[in-house]
Design a protein around this ligand. Structure first.
Ligand code: 8YV
Length: 342
């Protein structure tokens, strides 16, 4: 029987590609790039599985007429690039990379919070520009403390909880808002208290967004929400672009109705709202919250394991570790390892 074929849409760690190649024929892109729907359709037409990134959309149009593809693994925990109902209807298994990135993203959220609150990026830009030529004024570069302040977390999933646990070392009071309250033992472990969203916005000194992107969460933080926050507050977004109304945020930062923000994700990225680029009280990074050596490797490995398992190959054959729509597997002629979808 000929080997199954897997398309990898972006350059990946060579050892992960080699692991895939032990079991399947691998067609791996060697340069980064975004693809149109037509290009995606063509790439997916003659493969059994694919590993894709967040900029690649998989929807009904891309899958139309495809009777071969069985699995698409996303290189990320967020999967708003997937139309999950369309994938399920097409009998295509979708997988993501939860958990392996929780701690690294939590670390990075803290890096951003500290950088924005203590003005690290702006101060470095100033120094590098050669402005530090005499003794500094004692009241220059004043930032906002973290220790002893109130941290708010909007979206208290596994990453939110990892962020909350770190607050203990900063002696912070932690509030959170989620659609549903966490069980008592988890709240106790995170030393976090559930409050209504508006109360959260009004009370916090530092707010971290860790919501998934859904239609309902679009502009969850817009002008009305920003208006509720303290002028001394700091906002951090490590979730998804579009959860914050970037234009409204830029206005709040410019007018100093919000002290500072740190953003790893942007509406329409890789484009960044020009007003944000002009602001010294905005710390900006290019969607790298999960980008530690260990974590990106773990994400790639998990994506590869998902694809191989869905194709009935490797140690986990038939049991993809992190499926999003596992119900499709029961429709594959009764088993995950068969060649043709039902
Ligand atoms: C990206 C992320 O996957 O997991 C997610 O949802 O947003 C990130 O980890 C990563 O930055 C690659 O684009």
């Amino acid at each position: 029987m000929s080997k199954k074929k897997v398309w990898v849409s972006r350059p990946l760690f060579p050892d992960v590609l080699a692991h895939l190649a032990d079991h399947v024929e691998v067609a791996a892109e060697t340069v980064e790039g975004t693809r149109s729907a037509d290009q995606m359709r063509a790439k997916l037409a003659d493969v059994d599985g694919a590993i894709v990134g967040l900029s690649e959309r998989v929807d009904a149009g891309v899958l139309a007429g495809n009777t071969r593809l069985k699995v698409v693994a996303n290189l990320g925990v967020g999967f708003n690039n997937f139309d999950l109902p369309a994938m399920t209807a097409a009998g295509v298994l979708a997988t993501n990379t939860p958990d392996v990135l929780n701690e690294s993203v939590a670390d990075y959220a803290w890096a951003l919070m500290l950088a924005a609150a203590r003005r690290v990026s702006a101060a470095e830009r100033w120094l590098r520009a050669g402005h530090w030529t005499s003794t500094m004024r004692f009241d220059d570069w004043l930032g906002v403390d973290l220790h002893g302040k109130t941290l708010g977390i909007l979206g208290m999933g596994r990453i939110g909880q990892a962020i909350a646990r770190r607050a203990c070392g900063f002696d912070m009071h932690v509030l959170y808002h989620n659609r549903s309250r966490l069980p008592d033992p988890v709240e106790r472990e995170c030393r976090a208290q559930w409050v209504e969203k508006h109360e959260l916005l009004r009370r916090v000194d530092h707010l971290v967004l860790v919501l998934p992107f859904t239609a309902a969460n679009r502009h969850a933080i817009g002008a009305p929400e920003l208006a509720l926050m303290k002028p001394s507050a700091v906002l951090v977004n490590v979730a998804r672009g579009g959860i914050v109304d970037d234009a409204a945020l830029a206005r709040a930062l410019r007018d100093k109705t919000l002290a500072a923000a740190a953003l790893d994700v942007f509406e329409g990225e890789p484009a960044v709202h020009p007003d944000l680029l002009a602001l010294d009280n905005a710390v900006l990074s290019p969607h790298i919250a999960s980008a530690s050596e260990d974590t990106r490797r773990a994400m790639a490995r998990l994506a590869a394991d998902n694809v191989l398992a869905a194709l009935g190959l490797g140690k986990l054959a038939g049991q993809p570790p992190t499926p999003l729509n596992p119900e499709v597997m029961s429709r594959w002629s009764g088993a995950a390892s068969v060649d043709n979808k039902a």
